[in-house]
Design a protein around this ligand. Structure first.
Ligand code: AMP
Ligand code: MN
Ligand code: MN
Ligand code: MN
Length: 280
């Protein structure tokens, strides 16, 4: 039995449909699952229906990636209510910005002499939020590179020749937006952040961060210990998840192979209720 609170579907850069993600979770013995696509919650209703049919708990979620000069900070948002229209408008604006960014990245690649088109990227994304892995898959399809990894290593890595930054948006903005929407903001994979990034954590907490993703595939046992202690010190919800992106992705982790602690979902719900009381 396992609780996986960080999974992607083809509503963003995952390779499985939301329903297929839920089926894979069920097959892996996952009892509670959060769908946390990049800048979209469009997969949530399909996942919710599948979860209901299969008898697992589905937590609505989202992942907002923000950039700093020294690296990225990713904020997960849980239990955003379906009527938080301002938040959904923010997500829609971010997805529109992703379309423009995708076009620019393709243009850079074309200028480098690579024969791909933005239409290929759109077809591969199939209505989902446009991300670098979609551009990478288009490069593989066109025979420009042998693998998604190679596409990132040669062209798409952050700062790379075809890289275009995302629209500016700070981690504090992300925490604030999730709080304002009535959701629960959690710091994703803190162990992946640079030392400079880790120093930002107390400031994020001052801005209303509510949880830490202590359990994550790339975390060392020392990372996990460290972040568990930090969560205890600051009264943060401890979460965990695999960040699985599905078969054929560069993050093809088995759903449920890392688990949040028992009671994590209840702790997130409790936190959401506490925040709502604080606003009244
Ligand atoms: P984007 O938000 O469009 O910049 O795309 C970011 C996504 O690309 C991440 O969520 C990962 O799934 C994937 N990604 C980022 N860096 C790499 C990399 N070096 N190799 C493979 N996938 C990556
Ligand atoms: Mn991703
Ligand atoms: Mn992330
Ligand atoms: Mn993720």
């Amino acid at each position: 039995m396992s609780i996986d609170l960080h999974v992607h579907s083809n509503a963003s850069d995952g390779t499985l449909s939301p329903a297929a993600v839920v089926e894979a979770a069920r097959a892996a013995g996952v009892t509670a699952l959060a769908l946390t696509d990049h800048d979209t919650m469009d997969g949530v209703s399909e996942a919710m229906a599948a979860a209901e049919a299969l008898g697992l708990e589905l937590v609505p979620g989202v992942e907002l990636n923000t950039d700093r000069t020294w690296g990225e900070v990713h904020i997960l948002g849980y239990f955003i209510p379906p009527d938080a229209s301002g938040f959904y408008e923010l997500l829609a604006r971010r997805r529109e910005a992703r379309v423009r960014r995708g076009e620019k990245m393709v243009q850079r690649l074309q200028e480098l002499g690579l024969r791909i088109s933005f239409d290929d990227v759109l077809r591969i994304a199939n209505g989902g939020a446009i991300t670098r892995p979609h551009v990478a898959r288009a490069l593989v399809e066109a025979g420009c590179v042998a693998s998604i990894e190679e596409a990132f290593a040669r062209y798409l890595y952050t700062g790379g020749p075809a890289y275009v930054p995302r629209e500016p948006f700070s981690a504090f903005d992300a925490v604030r937006a999730i709080l304002d929407a009535g959701g629960v903001p959690v710091l994703a994979h803190p162990g992946r952040m640079s030392e400079e990034g880790k120093k930002l954590i107390p400031e994020l907490i001052e801005h209303g961060l509510q949880g830490l993703e202590c359990y994550y595939p790339e975390h060392t046992p020392e990372d996990t210990e460290h972040f568990l202690a930090l969560a205890a010190k600051y009264d943060l919800v401890v979460t965990g998840g695999t960040d699985a992106h599905g078969p054929g992705s560069t993050h093809d982790r088995r759903i449920g192979s890392v688990s949040a602690p028992p009671g994590a979902v209840e702790a997130l719900r409790e936190r959401q209720a506490r925040l709502a009381r604080g606003r009244r």
